[in-house]
Write a protein that binds this ligand. Structure first.
Ligand code: GLN
Ligand code: ZN
Length: 764
């Protein structure tokens, strides 16, 4: 019989109960006991959802109060001393590592948090010492939670992050030089001890995640699999299913001999269905294949027909008992349940499947593979009908968009002249001084702004009243920019709720959920808009506000748009057309906006692309280059429709461009503003080495903190930058937008920034 399996379930709960409980606990409004009880309630509820759906293999230890990698840091006692020496309760020590702790005389910052592979989820980085030791926690969470489920009558398959991934995803602590992977010998015995305890508790099988196998691995990490997994197999230990996801593992097949004695291997067949044949060829004679055919990263209904075909291929080779139907990855990256969506158009809702619905999907596919299609005929017919409806819907197909895409030319991607000629015209037209000062777009989103937006959304004030309010906000920020003597103004983005949602709401082809939250990190959740169909722009999206702002400004006004790649990456994309096609549609819509802004008298236009880097395919090579080609093309298509005298800016919230500098250069933006205040100015060297000819504004101060940088600090920072950049190449701006800041600190910081720029202007 073909079993069904879920690799992990979202933790937040249908109404973000976990977020609410955590935040209440942090604010001292919920007791520790109540917090732990709420966690337990959520775990049980989530197991029950899966049990009721009929899932055969239900995960445990996939739940985390904050982050599952952080769970393992605590589980192995890999806790840096600055936390362990504080005498905190385990849960407080845990949160201290996750988010810092500033209370009762204790003041420790959090551990570093970074993106989990190419997803928008962030994990806490294991941070290791030269003299690192590991020790299993006294009451190990995986055992405790296995027993908790068992008590409720549910036998689960515990999930662990494997030792190679745990170490490879970690780093040496400040002041240490240890190579994490060299700690393997010390770590593996702790896994053995933990696995023995799980087996003793009744766990027959354990899911051990080694997602680093989809990456390009250094030889040392590859070599670590053999010594690790040799020791993790034995009579006293549960059987292991090693799980990989978000990519293929074919390039790491040389590791496979080391995995031969494991019970099974899980692969992601949504992302890389083509790896199936090769992996089937590598499996040992008794090994099981867990086939990830239900997408853990997106919200679309699974195409049952296609999924069953894939599973059948595996069954032909292995037989039913050696195939498991699974989600491609943990469902952590999908919203909880579709049931709470009351406002989605019925037509569209029928195309979606959130976590709760996906648990039923694995069950149906497994049943079809076991008993034949007739056994689940109704489900298959409904699924086929829904896919058919989606592919022929007017919502998904807009012939005008397709027609326009077919006519896109190479020339549309190029500005009229090369940069020197453009710059000459821009200089003349915009009359900017040396070291021009500007900001990145948003000004403080005050409480008042949120109140008025809410009232407008709820219909408590009219569109006219809201518009008047926004105009007043724009007047205020322009007055402030006059006082600050900035050189290029912005309108402040008071009308924008979110930099992607705002555009999604003004484009055809998007829909929005009311409760489709996905964990981003800790208690923070995002609600990505969903691209359902061909994208087009029914009307200008930002022209009204920018035009109004320009009409009352004495200096150039910078128009502000979110770029095509960022709109794509921070949405749930379609799974029925390639992402490059969606990016091009977004680019064409934005191109019209850029041209309209120019026609309305906006001669500086910034197109933000902070998500460009996170879209980079996980492995270097052809796939990455292909991505960069279409990503750069979409940016160029969106911006190249303007005259030479119009200045195109772009913005990135980081400054590590080494891996893909050629793509940044290929954007051909006249001005780039980038994060730099927390990074080393040395990173700017790449611009010199590659003889980057255009203009750059490396951020001169951190906008994430209320701290006000002194004029001297900013001067020093500019001096460092001038070691790399030419005086007429350098813009002066903060790291990023100021929406999360208060006005007092914003004015003070910008005053110092402008004075520092004036100082250099007079000097040169
Ligand atoms: N223009 C946006 C702002 O200032 C940019 C935000 C971002 O890069 N994340 O808010
Ligand atoms: Zn930014």
């Amino acid at each position: 019989m073909v079993q069904s399996s879920v690799l992990g379930f979202p933790r937040m709960g249908g109404n973000r109960e976990l977020k609410k409980a955590n935040e209440a606990y942090w604010a001292d409004k919920l007791s520790r006991a109540d917090l732990l009880a709420e966690n337990k309630r959520l775990r049980l509820a989530h197991w029950k959802v899966q049990k009721d759906a009929g899932v055969d293999i239900i995960p445990s230890n996939d739940f985390a109060s904050y982050d599952h990698v952080l769970d393992h840091i605590q589980l192995f006692n890999a806790i840096p001393e600055r936390y362990s020496s504080q005498g905190l309760e385990p849960i407080d020590e845990y949160f201290a590592m996750g988010r810092g702790h500033q209370k009762n005389g204790i003041d420790v910052p959090s551990l570093e948090m970074v993106k989990w592979f190419d997803s928008n989820y962030h994990y806490v980085k294991p941070t290791l010492q030269d003299n690192q030791t590991f020790k299993l926690a006294a009451d190990p969470k995986p055992v405790r939670e296995f027993l908790e489920a068992k008590e409720a009558g549910i036998i689960t398959r515990p999930v662990l992050l494997g030792p190679v991934s745990f170490l490879h995803l970690g780093k040496a602590d400040r002041g240490s030089t240890v190579d994490p992977i060299s700690l393997l010998d010390k770590l593996v015995p702790v896994y053995v001890e933990l696995l023995e305890k799980l087996k003793a508790a009744g766990a027959e099988t354990v899911q051990i995640d080694e997602p680093v196998l989809v990456q390009d691995l250094p030889a040392k990490a590859k070599a670590a699999f053999k010594p690790a997994y040799e020791k993790l197999v034995g009579d006293k230990l549960p059987k292991l299913v090693l799980a990989t996801y978000f990519g293929d593992i074919v390039h790491n097949f040389d590791v496979f001999p080391a995995l031969q004695s494991l019970h099974g291997i899980h692969i992601d067949l949504v992302r890389n269905p083509e790896q199936l044949e090769a992996v089937l060829g590598q499996l040992g004679p008794k090994q099981v294949l867990s086939a990830g055919v239900v997408d853990g990263r997106n919200i679309w209904k699974t195409n049952f027909k296609r999924a069953i075909e894939i599973v059948e291929t595996a069954i032909q080779k292995l037989g039913q008992d050696r195939v498991i139907v699974a989600t491609s990855s943990s469902l952590l990256h999908t919203p909880h349940s579709l049931d709470s969506e009351k406002k989605l158009p019925a037509e569209v809702k029928d195309w979606f499947s959130f976590a709760v619905q996906k648990t039923s999907e694995v069950v149906v596919i497994a049943k079809a593979a076991t008993d034949g299609a007739a056994a689940v005929r109704e489900a298959l017919e409904a699924n086929a009908k829904s896919w058919q409806a989606r592919s022929s819907s007017e919502r998904t197909n807009n012939p005008h968009v397709k027609d326009r895409q077919s006519k896109v030319t190479a020339a549309q991607h190029e500005r009229q002249s090369a940069f020197p000629e453009r710059y000459a015209q821009q200089k003349n037209h915009l009359k900017l001084p040396l070291f021009p000062t500007t900001t990145i777009g948003s000004f403080p989103q005050t409480k008042e702004i949120r109140i008025q937006r809410n009232k407008f959304t709820k219909g408590e004030i009219t569109a006219e009243q809201y518009e008047k309010f926004i105009e007043k906000e724009i007047q205020d920020v322009i007055k402030i920019q006059d006082e600050l003597k900035l050189d290029v103004y912005v309108h402040g983005e008071p009308e924008r709720n979110d930099m992607v949602q705002y555009f999604g709401e003004r484009l055809d082809g998007y829909v929005f959920t009311t409760n489709g939250w996905v964990q981003s990190y800790g208690s923070r959740c995002v609600r990505p808009p969903i691209i359902v169909g061909d994208i087009s722009r029914p009307a200008p999206m930002t022209v009204k506000e920018s035009k109004y702002a320009a009409s009352i400004s004495s200096k150039p006004m910078k128009g502000m748009l979110t770029g095509p790649i960022t709109c794509l990456r921070w949405s749930f994309p379609r799974d029925d057309v390639h992402q490059s096609v969606q990016a091009q549609q977004l680019a064409l819509a934005l191109r019209d906006e850029v041209v309209d802004l120019e026609a309305a008298g906006i001669y500086v236009i910034q197109v933000d692309e902070p998500a460009l880097r996170e879209g980079l395919p996980l492995r270097a090579g052809t796939e990455r280059e292909k991505y960069l080609t279409w990503a750069v093309d979409s940016f160029k298509l969106s911006t190249a429709g303007v005259k030479d005298s119009t200045q195109i800016h772009s913005h990135f919230c980081y400054s590590e461009f080494q891996d893909f500098f050629h793509a940044i250069a290929a954007l051909d933006a006249d001005v780039l503003s980038i994060e730099n205040s927390k990074s080393d100015a040395k990173l700017l060297k790449v611009f010199v080495d590659k003889a980057y000819p255009r203009h750059i504004g490396p951020g001169v101060y951190d906008i994430h903190s209320p701290r006000i940088p002194s004029e001297q600090e900013i001067k020093d920072r500019l001096a460092e930058m001038l070691e790399y950049l030419k005086p007429d190449q350098l813009w002066v701006n903060p790291d990023c937008g100021l929406k999360t800041r208060q006005w007092t600190e914003t004015k003070a910081a910008l005053t110092n920034m402008v004075n520092a720029a004036i100082f250099y202007r007079e000097k040169y």
